[in-house]
Design a protein around this ligand. Structure first.
Ligand SMILES: NC(=O)c1ccc[n+]([C@@H]2O[C@H](COP(=O)([O-])OP(=O)(O)OC[C@H]3O[C@@H](n4cnc5c(N)ncnc54)[C@H](OP(=O)(O)O)[C@@H]3O)[C@@H](O)[C@H]2O)c1
Length: 289
């Protein structure tokens, strides 16, 4: 196993991103000298600047936590979504290849249509319904076609965590103001706690695993399950009521069932990620009031 202490990392999206900030914190805790960049520090599309930053930081690992993540807006801003999610990843991987260091990229359960009710394995063919999902799948394909051997693509799903607003955070804010909330109960996925994704990413790196891995917390949930559990843990007086997707139409079509199969991660590391409810308790109880 690789000892990460004393190594250096660059995290694009590490200045302001939900996952990026968790990666920066976790890497620093693991003894990795880490620099996180936001768009205010560096426009990632300025590849000359990217080269300068990499020459200055001399990283042993390059993480891409930059993405166009506004799923509904992507239906209107297709070009912006494709630039960040599809065009950019192989260009960053080319920088990693030039330096000979691992490139870690994140993708999503939304690359899948979600029409069955069997957890998705890594080798299943992406068939997204939304512009966001199609653009993220194109990013994966671009990386695979580029073919840099030290590329690790991690598909995650339903991200929540500290540092940036997210679904759970929004639910808890609304639950303080309202007596009841309606939440979709016919979409099922795998909640992912950003600090757990970051820690488990390092487990793959320590074992020099590359290719595609699925990663989330264990267990599955509907958005209703996740919201209801968060409100109960926070002991808020708000009724959470299940509704169907038809009652809450959105611009982008989301998968009905996009639970990720974690067997490959478990086999690679011997680690079973903790259940999403345990992670949710840590997050909700640790949130400032
Ligand atoms: N959120 C989820 O539920 C979820 C689910 C599955 C997969 N994922 C994937 O997980 C990864 C991380 O997602 P996230 O939710 O943490 O993303 P996020 O919070 O939306 O962060 C995206 C980051 O990209 C940066 N960025 C955007 N345009 C940039 C530019 N031109 N130059 C430099 N930086 C730029 C943003 O910086 P600024 O804020 O400074 O603009 C921000 O730090 C993504 O690959 C996403 O597709 C997310």
């Amino acid at each position: 196993m690789i000892d990460l202490r004393g190594k250096k990392a660059v995290v694009f999206g590490g200045g302001t991103g939900l996952l990026g900030q968790a990666l920066v914190r976790t890497l620093i805790e693991a003894g990795v000298e880490t620099t996180g960049y936001s768009s205010a520090d560096l426009d990632i599309l300025d590849l000359r600047k990217v080269e300068e930053v990499l020459a200055q930081d001399t990283p042993d690992y390059i993480f891409n936590a930059v993405a166009y993540t506004q799923v509904d807006l992507a239906e209107e801003e297709e070009e912006q979504a494709f630039t960040l999610n599809a065009t950019l990843p192989p260009l960053l991987a080319a920088h990693a290849a030039r330096l000979g260091v691992p490139f870690i990229h994140y993708s999503t359960d939304f690359v899948f249509k979600g029409a069955s009710n069997i957890p998705y394995q890594e080798n299943e063919k992406p068939n997204a319904s939304s512009v966001y999902g199609v653009s993220k799948a194109a990013g994966e394909k671009g990386l695979q076609e580029f073919g840099y051997a030290k590329t690790l693509i991690i598909r995650i799903s339903w991200l929540f965590g500290p540092d940036k607003t997210n679904f759970v955070d929004k639910i808890l804010t609304l639950a303080k103001e309202r007596e009841k909330l309606t939440v979709v109960s016919d979409q099922t996925g795998s909640p992912s706690y950003a600090p757990d994704i970051a820690k488990n990413t390092l487990e793959l790196l320590r074992r020099e695993r590359y290719g595609i891995y699925h990663l989330s917390n264990s267990g599955s949930a509907s958005w209703f399950d996740l919201a209801d559990a968060a409100v109960k843990i926070a002991e808020l007086q708000c009724d959470v009521i299940p509704i169907s997707t038809n009652e809450y139409p959105t611009k982008a079509v989301r998968p009905a069932y996009s639970v990720l199969d974690l067997s490959a991660f478990r086999e690679a590391t011997g680690i079973t990620p903790r259940h999403w409810l345990d992670a949710l308790r840590e997050y909700v109880n640790g949130r400032p009031d």
